[in-house]
Design a protein around this ligand. Structure first.
Ligand code: NAD
Length: 506
């Protein structure tokens, strides 16, 4: 690391090196498996953000003029470096997020897919050309970078979510300023070092650490052309409104409440495996986690029994221990909130088939633990159903028909991901057509699209028009220009006379 080896401070990354900034303010970082303070993160002031954006703007001008071949070469080098440093990145993620190491490595692998995709930028930025649109007139289209673009990311995927953004933004010729979550920011320094090693010019990738103040400064900064946000719905909505107010392009991905529908003809074991994996992976702190299972008719009883059986075999423990299936939650406050919501669900009539609130992890009394929890007979009126829980809590809502299940999913204000488990192709096809959700799984419980498709939800899970990565990402980080040109033969260059009529094609 460039920064002082004795220091546990995570600083900003500006102009190709670590920088403390001028605010003098820091926030504590904690290891969620022990509860202990493990370091500090610098909190940027508006002046610090301004310094980072100005540096980025200067570097971005040259980068925008760099050939596609050279940009692509940097992307390839970055892709190789991230791949080679996967274990190191995973260790830094686990130390601050708490997820198990294999899950952290999986997050890096899914982020890497976006870098793979962005290596093809010369192909992705090809424009169109029409010859002779009018006599002797040709038209072509080009896409150009925006300048400085900012990314604001949540705690739950400290490598993958920023990588939904920066490989594409940078490949398109922009300078990128990342504001990571202040709860697990340190891995972003490592990513910045990898960009530098890949040959990216100083200033094209920057990190400003901080909280709400840094976000507000980025949104208000006149040199930031666009903002990609991923986080909770209330903040996504505010970011979208602020971005509009400041005349910026934006995409703001919000929270989720993902429903998995299990029809009576589904294979019970396959559905239970999928629900447990999707509900408790990363302790439920995934925007694509399954949080509600809608069990239709006779599916309910065998499904609940099969899930209960699997939960009994899950091991809760530190993410660094090989035997752990599930780590702690991100903070004590979040753990307490999830525990309170479980309690409210039970008080409102849900059946606690498995209650994880009393889980103990030997040798780690102060970690932010909450064990896998299964609530049956949940109803849409309950607070635990209405709220995004973002923890290891699987809720089962029982309905009698496919139509009731569909109506429940479509009535939910969120629309990030959903899944249907069935062996009936006709029912699956109906669901794909009728469900009002952005990402749909058919016998797949975490339907995260590959990098060459785009990721994004509907309704309150996304504010803005364009989803992240894939072609929509390229579109978001560039603006189109259409050029109409006429080159006259030497004999015709004397002019053909003034005509005040609107130009029409001939
Ligand atoms: P969060 O909304 O609290 O924070 C996200 C980012 O916004 C962080 O960088 C944070 O510093 C900043 N922030 C927080 N409060 C702010 C405020 N008032 N004004 C301006 N900026 C603010 O989210 P989180 O707790 O870090 O992450 C979990 C949430 O993210 C969940 O709701 C989850 O569903 C969502 N999420 C969504 C997706 C998706 O693709 N839709 C992906 C990952 C996470």
């Amino acid at each position: 690391m460039n920064q002082d080896q004795n220091s546990t401070d995570t600083l900003h990354w500006v102009g190709g090196k670590s920088w403390e900034g001028t605010s003098g303010e820091f926030a504590d970082l904690r290891d969620p498996a022990t509860g202990a303070v493990s370091g500090r993160v610098a909190l940027a002031s508006a002046a610090d953000v301004d310094q980072a954006v100005q540096t980025a703007a200067l570097a971005g001008r040259e980068w925008a003029a760099t050939s596609l071949a050279k940009r692509s070469a940097v992307l390839f080098a970055f892709r190789e470096l991230v791949s080679r440093h996967t274990d190191e990145l995973a260790r830094v993620i686990t130390a601050q997020h708490g997820k198990v190491l294999s899950d952290a490595a999986g997050e890096v692998a899914r982020g890497l897919e976006v870098a793979d995709f962005a290596c093809g930028i010369p192909h992705l930025l090809k424009g169109g050309y029409s010859s002779n649109v009018s006599t002797g007139v040709d038209s072509h289209s080009i896409r150009q970078p925006l300048g400085v673009v900012a990314g604001i990311s949540p705690f739950n995927f400290p490598v993958m979510v920023p990588m939904w953004m920066h490989p594409v933004a940078i490949a398109c010729g922009n300078a990128f300023v990342l504001k990571p979550s202040e709860r697990d920011p340190s891995v972003s320094t490592l990513v910045a070092e990898l960009w530098a090693q890949a040959g990216l010019p100083d200033g094209v990738f920057s990190v400003v650490n901080g909280d709400r103040r840094a976000v507000e400064a980025l949104l208000a900064h006149p040199d930031v052309a666009a903002v990609s946000f991923v986080g909770s719905t209330p903040v996504a909505r505010t970011v979208a409104q602020e971005a509009v107010g400041h005349g910026k392009r934006f995409q703001a991905l919000g929270g989720a409440k993902n429903h998995m529908v299990v029809l009576p003809d589904a294979d019970v074991d396959a559905a239970a495996d999928a629900a447990v994996s999707a509900g408790f992976g990363s302790a439920g702190e995934r925007c694509m986690a399954v949080s509600v299972v809608v069990a239709v008719g006779a599916a309910a009883d065998p499904f609940v029994a099969a899930v209960q059986d699997r939960i009994g075999r899950l091991q809760v423990g530190p993410g660094t221990e090989p035997g752990s299936d599930m780590g702690p939650l991100i903070t004590a406050a979040h753990r307490d909130r999830v525990a309170r919501l479980v309690g409210s669900g039970i008080a409102e009539g849900a059946t606690p088939v498995v209650d994880g609130r009393d889980v103990q992890v030997a040798g780690h009394p102060d970690g932010f633990w909450l064990g896998p929890t299964l609530l049956d007979h949940v109803t849409p009126a309950m607070e635990v159903y209405r709220e995004e829980v973002f923890g290891p809590v699987l809720q089962v809502v029982r309905v009698e028909t496919y139509d009731e299940a569909l109506a429940l999913v479509n009535a939910n204000p969120y629309g990030n991901g959903t899944a249907i488990f069935t062996n009936d192709g006709w029912a699956a096809r109906r669901f794909q057509e009728e469900v009002e959700v952005g990402m749909v799984g058919i016998n797949v419980s975490v339907p995260v699209p590959m990098a060459y498709y785009s990721f994004g939800g509907w309704k309150q899970s996304l504010f803005g028009d364009l989803h992240v990565h894939g072609q929509e990402g390229v579109q978001f980080y560039t603006r189109g220009k259409a050029v109409t040109s006429r080159w006259l033969a030497p004999s015709a260059r004397r002019g053909s006379g003034v005509d005040l009529g609107f130009p029409t094609n001939a």
